[in-house]
Write a protein that binds this ligand. Structure first.
Ligand code: ADP
Length: 295
């Protein structure tokens, strides 16, 4: 099973072009869709999840045409939207049981086994009787995954799931997703580079509706190797550097600004740095010239 998106475009009635000819080939495993706010990630996620229509283009999931076989796609889809509401006065176990009935699991014993397995899998077993209103952000997100898994989906879409999670919860959540990616297509949309760094087998960077880069994280790093340079500067110098160099990021070390510059050759006074995925991302989003890389 893989997901193939071809030349997808969408312009909203207010004139915003949210997707421009998006083409992506998404194999089994965890796929990171990385882009800043407003890049078009949610539009793409909702379109793949059959919740809205593109103007042009096609989406194929295995043998299914996602744009015309919505019903069939929904049967194999687990979707965790950006805003995930829960009924605050119901326990996780009760709500999962109820949702399983709605999904057609009518046999009581079978349903109990399914619900218990989902609670174990998402590490919510000990809190299964607590009302969802008392869940932390991370627990709610894991509950979101538990409910998405009821249908045993072949495609799982999670839209910006780690916003607001503390580091331990975030790790637990990402590890859960990465386990699911062993058998499933998992698409993780995020503006956080760290989310993609360790767990995603493939990634794309999207901005202003356009795919800027696609490939494995290591391909992406190889594409800018030897082209990222670093310099510690004075606070007041940043504007001058931005005018004269292709500054992609400004970080701070012990309060002092350190800039990273994208350049084919070594600018005077700069030292070479081993690029990380943030450099890839910032080069694509803020670099003045496009880098060439294989996809
Ligand atoms: P992201 O998820 O990456 O933040 P979105 O897909 O939500 O990006 O938005 C992409 C662009 O489309 C933004 O400029 C946003 O303001 C615009 N947009 C999103 N949804 C709508 C809508 N329903 N109507 C009009 N414009 C929209």
């Amino acid at each position: 099973m893989k997901l193939q998106i071809n030349n997808l475009s969408k312009t909203y009635p207010n004139g915003v072009q949210a997707l421009k000819n998006v083409t992506l080939n998404i194999p089994k495993g965890m796929f990171g869709l990385l882009g800043p706010n407003g890049a078009g990630k949610s539009t793409l996620m909702r379109t793949i999840a059959t919740l809205q229509e593109p103007d042009t283009g096609s989406i194929q999931l295995g043998d299914l045409n996602v744009l015309t076989q919505k019903h069939e796609v929904r049967r194999v889809l687990g979707y965790l939207p950006q805003e995930f509401g829960v009924y605050p006065k119901v326990s996780a176990a009760t709500l999962l049981d109820h949702l399983a009935v709605l999904k057609g699991v009518t046999n009581k014993k079978e349903r109990k086994e399914l619900v218990n397995a989902l609670l174990e899998r998402t590490n919510l077993w000990n809190d299964r009787k607590k009302n969802l209103g008392g869940y932390s952000g991370g627990m709610k997100q894991r509950f979101g995954i538990a409910q998405a898994l009821i249908a045993n989906p072949q495609l799982i879409i999670v839209d910006e799931p780690t916003a607001g999670l503390d580091p331990a919860e975030r790790n637990r959540f990402l590890n859960l997703l990465s386990e699911l990616g062993e058998n499933t297509v998992v698409i993780l949309s995020t503006h956080i580079v760290e989310d993609v760094k360790e767990l995603c087998t493939n990634m794309a960077v999207i901005n202003k509706g356009e795919v800027l880069l696609t490939g494995t994280p290591s391909d992406a790093l190889a594409g800018i190797k030897g082209k990222i340079w670093r310099k510690a500067i004075q606070k007041g110098e940043i504007t001058t550097y931005k005018t004269n160099f292709n500054v992609i990021s400004e970080r701070r070390s012990a309060g002092k600004p350190i800039i990273h510059v994208l350049s084919e050759s070594q600018p005077e006074g700069f030292i070479s740095v081993e690029p990380d995925l943030e450099d890839v991302y910032f080069s694509e989003i803020f670099g003045k010239k496009q880098l060439t890389m294989t996809s």
